[in-house]
Design a protein around this ligand. Structure first.
Ligand SMILES: NC(=O)c1ccc[n+]([C@@H]2O[C@H](COP(=O)([O-])OP(=O)(O)OC[C@H]3O[C@@H](n4cnc5c(N)ncnc54)[C@H](O)[C@@H]3O)[C@@H](O)[C@H]2O)c1
Ligand SMILES: O=P(O)(O)OC[C@H](O)CO
Length: 342
């Protein structure tokens, strides 16, 4: 039997944790080649290349310092080289970079390759926004599953228990990915809903920006719970309004309600939004100051969603999404986040 060969496309905070999980699992599970190539967007750390440091220290000193990565994970600076011969692509990069990476991979992937997207966000085109899984599927002409959940990378790196959700169309692939990703501390549930899983992961980041603003305004836990509840309803309404075949049950998986909660309490989007209120600095500035190269997904997603709502005249039906956008991009008074949703 031909063994599956895994490549991890991405090596940020979550990408590196995922490489750690998979590097361990491919050795313990049957049917996988042991070496995993991990694509690294090359950068210099002082005088040294990040790829060289990762391969020497078996640690991503920039995006996941202090955590060991298995030695069978090999950092590669060329994305085509990283994907060469892989039958499984694990795509885990900030959403704004997926299109560029797909362009490079086009025509350069194994004929039997399949992908799983861990990306939380949308792809913007002139005519609107599209799910990232659709972009990957069409660019590379391959089948794509999705993985999303209440998954703060730094906690999973410490092997603290969490759940996640994999969305599949082909059950065989869903089961294969469950075998690849599941560990004692990372429990995978598979559902027949590729888009539902992915879209929850993208939209919860906008709710997290709202929750962070509530923290910054010091409005307390009841107000934050209201934002979470209203955000969850807007997330469901948006997904159901614009996409067909989404299952109600998906919203109760880890990728749904659980991810909304964890991001609103422990995520980077929440943290930056709180600082936005407290310091008055721009999100761009705060991303640089607070995240050391990691990327925020929620502000861009808020803008992308707002453009859809505005074009269709739906702002009043999505008051939280609309108000978050207006506070971030139009200078609206942050207190409006409460006034506008009640
Ligand atoms: N970090 C988490 O806790 C977490 C958990 C679940 C899902 N996610 C999602 O996974 C995706 C990846 O997140 P992450 O935390 O691994 O990344 P990250 O936020 O750490 O992003 C930094 C990564 O982007 C790369 N990068 C910078 N400029 C680039 C460019 N021009 N082209 C390509 N890559 C470039 C950097 O090299 C680095 O690897 C996101 O959609 C995120 O929402 C993150
Ligand atoms: O840190 P955030 O806000 O990008 O959220 C991280 C994960 O998506 C939580 O599941």
């Amino acid at each position: 039997m031909i063994k599956e060969k895994v490549a991890v496309i991405g090596s940020g905070n979550w990408g590196t944790v995922v490489a750690k999980i998979l590097g361990t699992n491919v050795v313990q599970q049957s049917g996988f080649e042991h070496e995993i190539k991990m694509w690294v967007f090359e950068e210099m750390i002082g005088e040294r290349k990040l790829t060289d440091l990762i391969n020497e220290k078996h640690e991503n000193v920039k995006y996941l310092p202090g955590v060991s990565i298995p030695e069978n994970v090999v950092a590669v600076p060329d994305v085509v080289e990283a994907a060469k011969g892989a039958t499984i692509l694990v795509i885990v990069i900030p959403h704004q970079f997926v299109n560029g990476v797909c362009d490079k991979l086009k025509g350069n992937v194994h004929p039997k390759v399949k992908a799983i997207s861990l990306v939380k966000g949308f792809y913007t085109t002139e005519s609107g926004i599209r799910p990232i899984s659709h972009l990957i599927k069409e660019a590379l002409k391959i089948s794509v599953c999705t993985l999303s959940g209440a998954n703060l990378a730094n906690e999973i790196a410490q092997e603290k228990f969490s759940e996640t959700t994999i969305g599949y169309k082909n059950r065989h692939e869903g089961k294969l990915f469950k075998r690849l990703f599941e560990t004692k501390y990372f429990k995978v549930n598979i559902v027949d809903d590729v888009l539902g899983v992915e879209l929850c992961g993208a939209l919860k980041n906008v709710i997290a920006i709202g929750a962070g603003m509530i923290d910054g305004l010091k409005l307390g836990e009841n107000t934050k719970a209201a934002i979470i509840r209203i955000g969850l309803l807007e997330m469901k309404k948006y997904i159901k309004m614009f996409y067909k075949g989404i299952k109600d049950e998906t919203f109760f998986e880890s990728c749904g309600i659980a991810d909304v909660i964890t991001t609103c309490y422990g995520g980077r989007n929440r943290k930056a939004a709180e600082a936005f209120i407290v310091t008055g600095k721009s999100f761009e500035q705060l991303e640089k100051e607070l995240l050391n190269g990691q990327k925020l997904q929620g502000t861009l997603t808020a803008k992308e969603i707002y453009l859809v709502l505005h074009r269709k005249g739906l702002e009043k039906e999505f008051p939280l999404f609309t108000t978050v956008y207006r506070i971030v991009f139009e200078g609206l008074d942050p207190h409006k986040i409460v006034e506008d949703i009640v």
